[in-house]
Design a protein around this ligand. Structure first.
Ligand SMILES: [Zn+2]
Ligand SMILES: [Zn+2]
Length: 164
């Protein structure tokens, strides 16, 4: 999933989070640090429950589900992660900080998110914005449909008619 590369950033996500929390007179507690480390371990889409489960599997039981939820919201406000919609209603998150602009194709059947980047879409949107006298500094696009895996017709077992 990480074929979009990355954007070079001056501060690590953890540093950026620490700075943000300081502006809110909050500290990067060990619980928050565990969450930010786990989230930025590798780029993938995740939901809060999956993340809580992963932390518990790693024996980090002292980070409660509600701490995970609250920390994710703070991380969103700090500009580190963003919410990505998903048809099954679960809130899915992903890295924003240090990750290039991209859009998503969302499978309505399995909920799989596929990332893509297309410069033509960006320039079309920029010209649309321009005609509205709007200054565009970003966009978000969600394409809904059925993914390759779900479109694949299940293989039938050999039946005599096929052999003729
Ligand atoms: Zn699918
Ligand atoms: Zn993504």
């Amino acid at each position: 999933m990480n074929d979009l590369g990355s954007v070079s950033v001056s501060a690590s996500p953890k540093e950026k989070f620490r700075e943000y929390l300081a502006t809110r007179k909050q500290r990067l507690t060990s619980e928050r640090e565990i969450v930010v480390d786990e989230v930025f371990d590798d780029h993938e889409h995740f939901d809060a429950d999956e993340l809580t489960f992963r932390l518990q599997e790693k024996g980090k039981k002292r980070v409660s589900r509600s701490t995970v939820y609250r920390t994710l919201v703070s991380m969103e406000q700090a500009g580190l992660i963003r919410k990505v919609a998903r048809p099954n209603g679960k809130e899915i998150w992903e890295h924003d900080y240090g990750y290039p602009q991209h859009d998503h194709m969302i499978c309505k059947k399995c909920g799989e998110l596929e990332e893509f980047h297309n410069d033509e879409i960006k320039s079309i949107l920029e010209s649309v914005a321009h005609t509205h006298g709007f200054f565009m500094d970003g966009h978000r696009l969600e394409v809904f449909g059925i993914c390759t895996k779900c479109r694949r017709v299940p293989k039938r077992s050999h039946n005599k008619l096929d052999m003729i």
